[in-house]
Every structure is written in structure tokens, then in C-alpha cells.
Design a protein around this ligand. Sequence first.
Ligand SMILES: C[S@@+](CC[C@H](N)C(=O)[O-])C[C@H]1O[C@@H](n2cnc3c(N)ncnc32)[C@H](O)[C@@H]1O
Length: 206
Amino acid sequence: MSAKTHWESVYETKPADAVSWYAPHLRESLRYVAQAAAGKDTAIIDVGGGESTLVDDLVGGGYTNITVLDVSATALEVTKRRLGAAAARVVWMAADILEAELAASTYDIWHDRAVFHFLNDDGQRRRYVAQVLKALKPGGFAIVGTFGPEGPEKCSGLQVSRYAPSELHGVFGEPFELLASSVEQHTTPWGSPQQFVYCYCRRAPS
Ligand SMILES: C[S@@+](CC[C@H](N)C(=O)[O-])C[C@H]1O[C@@H](n2cnc3c(N)ncnc32)[C@H](O)[C@@H]1O
């Protein structure tokens, strides 16, 4: 089954707050965005944003240059409806991140919570990093959250790859300096703990 087929079926059958990754606010993500952002017009892409409230909080926080990309058009429609008129101030991209036509050197901040960990082979990981290197400006920031070594082995029925901070940073490699990392205990809507690891990296200025 393709990623698109899988995720469309998830979002067609489950409300936003009934999925394991739901959190009312992505606090760790917001904390890193606030550190990375030079101003409110900083260009941010949320990769695999799904139906998360990150975009609501970014718009509410005054950020004016936001793109949300997801392989599920259904998820993007739900998020747009929730935002109402403010949705017009966001760029929406329904695309697979491994195939998306991203404009070069466009974003100051690349954010991904719980998407990269679904890439289980090296070819996919290399392709993802190539997309970051294409679309992120030199000197830009990558904020990537995955399941940690003690996190679940599966999410949404799919196998995931789990990372310690050094392993996650290692996949991104030399062009990225690891500025900080953190471990977050996420609690699912039904009360189960899930370990997340965040890496906050800076792409070398050219
Ligand atoms: C576990 S959810 C996380 C959603 C959101 N980032 C959050 O933290 O609430 C994974 C998301 O990644 C999207 N996704 C999965 N594979 C993708 C891909 N190859 N390209 C783009 N989006 C993808 C899914 O549709 C889904 O919205």
C-alpha cells in the first residue's frame, strides 16, 4: 500500500484528536521554532503536518510565512477548515515529501514531527535529506522529532525506525550542526507514554 493510500484512510476514518500522535499543542516543536526564528516572517515548512495544531499555534503566534506539506489531502482539508479564514495565509502542499517539487533555498526552518521515522530504508532517508538540502536555506534550521530508542516499534500499524539523538543527527550528516536535542514523553489520547527524540540542527551557512 502506498503512503498516500495508508494515510488517506487513517484521516478519513479518525478524528484529529483520536490518533496516537495527537497532542493539543506541539510544545517541544514550538520551543525550537521560537529559538530558530529570526522574525515572524521567517519561512517555515511543516513536513507531514497532518492535522496537528502546530500551524494554528504558528499563525496565532504571528508567523506569516508558513507552508504545511502532507501526503494526505484529507488531513490538509481538515486542518484548513479548522483554521477558517486564516487558512488563506498558509501555503498548503499535498505531496509525498520524497517526491515533492520543492523550490530551492526557500525555507529558514524545516519542521518534522513523527514523519522521518517512517522511512525505513537508506534510499528513502538519503532522498529525504536531499530534499532538506535542496529546500532549506544555508544557515537554516532543521527540527526533527522521531520516536526515541524506547519509543514504540510501530505507529499507525507501520514499522518505524527509532533514533537516539546522535543517530538521528548522523543520518543528516556533516552539513548539519547539532545545536540541541531533547527527549520528550508524549502521552497518547488513551494515556500511553511514547518516547520522542528531537534534534535541532543548523545547516552550515554557505
Ligand atoms: C504520525 S503523523 C504526524 C502528524 C504531525 N506531524 C503531528 O505531529 O501531529 C505522520 C504524518 O506524516 C504524513 N506522512 C507520512 N508519510 C509521508 C510522506 N512520505 N510525505 C509526506 N507526508 C507524509 C502523514 O500523512 C501524517 O500526517
